[in-house]
Design a protein around this ligand. Structure first.
Ligand SMILES: [Ca+2]
Length: 434
């Protein structure tokens, strides 16, 4: 039997906290203390009730915004923000039947129904507009024959004032619809040129600017974990880094574009406070499943040669066992050793989950995890590298395949390291980014 437990929140310290609600008829509260002296202990009040903490649900002719308000169904995707969080206008374009999330036939949501967009009146500006709406860069449209499968169609025209004029129809005038190919925003590119020579155990010093998306996360001024920059305001890291330290996000700082911990004040090294921490609700501290968390920068960063985002994988992307990928971090350079000042990097091969399960029998290696390591050991991520990226190269771009999660010791023979399998979380990540 599988028991799915979602973390609602984790609170530490002496302060009192806002109310927390369970959205099921069940809630488990765990109290743990690391003090053995006799003190006051814990105080918590419990209340039960129907839909506690939930906004009242809307009538069937209304749409409920993510922020709770009710708006008329007709206000969905009408180009006008009606919800305070604009969630009524946030899922109105879809690319259907493409080979990747970046391409497909353009579908528009109107009056709670999906319409296929006719090729008539389509322009390059519309391609660009739709791709940017979907969070991509520019795009190119091709016109393909419309299937005669009883779908509803719509023509889209740009009015002189820039607004979109949508006209539904039973068929497309010239019999073709719009197939859009969007280009993802630049990511995963190393800007500083590198010769091919090259706390990670068995690693070597990275060149300055080698991994421009790697972030050092400082908690109360100390490096504790790594993270990866996925756009100009969001980081991906591990949940166990944030667990119990998520009440005051401002205790965290992200040091970006960093090379050595001994010099935090290079001009190319901005430091940003964290203002939001979103732990994956499926994270389980005991089994280490779904060990992934997003952190939001209080202020955006500008991309430079030393600061670039890493690419997220496609949901269906496969990283084959045997593939050599890279890890990097400021963690311990030996299991019993000290942390690294200069960013360390190392190449490690991916292994199958089956083999990983055999070699880490203490854990349940789930489909949401992936593993990497040499049979003979010697190269591994270690304490302080947690949350940092497992990076795999595709063509010329670097992709965030994994997030450093756990292992058994560091770099021991036949003891691979376990990573979050990011492909399993791309929908969750994109939801937060948009
Ligand atoms: Ca609206």
């Amino acid at each position: 039997m599988h028991l799915f437990i979602s973390i609602i929140d984790v609170y530490t310290g002496k302060a009192s906290f806002q109310d927390v609600y369970s959205t099921t008829n069940h809630m488990t509260v765990l109290f743990t203390t690391d003090k053995s002296t006799t003190r006051k202990g814990f105080l918590a009040n419990f209340t039960t009730g129907y839909n506690l903490g939930k906004p009242e649900s809307c009538s069937s002719s209304d749409f409920q915004c993510s922020s709770g308000e009710c708006i008329a169904n007709g206000s969905l995707c009408d180009g006008h923000p009606d919800c305070s969080d604009v969630s009524d206008e946030s899922n109105c374009v879809l690319l259907q039947n493409g080979t990747q999330s970046t391409n497909g036939k353009v579908q528009l949501m109107m009056r709670s129904e999906w319409y296929t967009v006719c090729a008539e009146y389509w322009t390059n500006q519309l391609s660009e507009f739709m791709c940017q709406y979907l969070g991509f860069g520019t795009g190119n449209a091709t016109l393909v024959p419309s299937p005669d499968d009883g779908k509803t169609f719509v023509t889209v025209r740009q009015a002189e004032n820039g607004s979109l004029v949508l006209t539904p129809s039973d068929q497309c005038a010239n019999g073709s619809v719009v197939y859009l190919r969007c280009i993802t925003k630049p990511c995963g590119t190393r800007m500083v040129l590198h010769k091919n020579d090259g706390k990670i155990v068995g690693g070597e010093n990275a060149k300055q600017g080698a991994w421009p998306w790697i972030v050092s996360l400082h908690f109360k001024g100390q490096h504790v974990c790594g993270a990866a920059l996925v756009n100009n305001e969001w980081l991906v890291t591990a949940s166990h880094c944030a667990y119990g330290r998520n009440v005051h996000p401002s205790d965290w700082e992200a040091v970006i574009g960093l090379h050595t911990q001994l010099n935090l004040t290079y001009p190319q090294t901005p430091i940003r406070r964290i203002d939001r921490i979103v732990m994956n609700p499926q994270y389980n501290k005991r089994t280490k499943d779904s060990d992934i968390t997003m952190m939001h920068l209080e202020h955006k960063v500008n991309f430079t040669d030393y600061i670039q985002p890493i690419c997220l994988p496609e949901k269906e992307q496969v990283f084959k066992p045997g593939m050599k990928c890279l890890i990097a971090g400021w963690g311990k350079v030996l299991e019993q050793g000290s942390v690294a000042n200069i960013l360390q990097e190392a190449e490690i091969p991916l292994i199958t989950n089956e083999k990983c399960q055999q070699q880490l029998p203490e854990y349940n290696i789930t489909q949401r995890m992936m593993c990497a390591g040499y049979e003979q050991g010697g190269v591994d991520s270690c304490q302080g590298d947690s949350g940092g990226p497992l990076m795999c190269q595709e063509d010329t771009r670097w992709i965030l395949a994994g997030v450093t999660s756990f292992g058994y010791g560091c770099a021991r023979p036949q003891r691979p390291g376990a990573y979050v399998r990011v492909t399993q979380f791309v929908d969750w990540i994109h939801n937060i980014l948009n």
